[in-house]
Design a protein around this ligand. Sequence first.
Ligand SMILES: [Zn+2]
Length: 141
Amino acid sequence: MGRQRRSRVHKAQRDVHRAARTRVRTRDLDLIQHNDLQPEERAKLENQPIDEEKPGLGQHYCVECAKYYETDIALKTHRKTKVHRRRLKDLRDPAYTIEESERAVGLGRDNGKDRINAEINAKVGDKAGEAVQDAKMADAA
Ligand SMILES: [Zn+2]
C-alpha cells in the first residue's frame, strides 16, 4: 500500500488562516448596508477615478462584495456567481447593531415592559384620536 496521508507534507503548510485574516477580508456587511448601498455612494463607487494602485485601475468595482475586478467581463461574470448571490442575500438581512448585541446579553430594553407600555399608549392614542374626530364631526354638524 502506498502512502495515503498528505496532510503534513511541506507544501501543505500554507498559512491559510493568515490569508483569511488579511487578504480575503473585505468590508463589513453593516458598513456596506449603511454607506455603500446608498444611491449616491453607490454611484461614486461605481465611477471611481483611475487609480493605478487598484486592480483594473479601480474601474470595475462590485459594491456588494467590496471587491475590484480587472475587467468589465470579470465583473459581469462575478455578478452571476454563487458568491455574489449569497452576498446579496446576506445584505438583505438587517445589519448587526449594538442594540442587537445588548439584547443578546440581556442588557437591552426589550424585556417586555416597554412593549406593553407602547401597546397601552397606542390604544389610548387611538381612543383620544376618535374622541377628537367625534368632536370635529359634532362641530361640523
Ligand atoms: Zn459581488
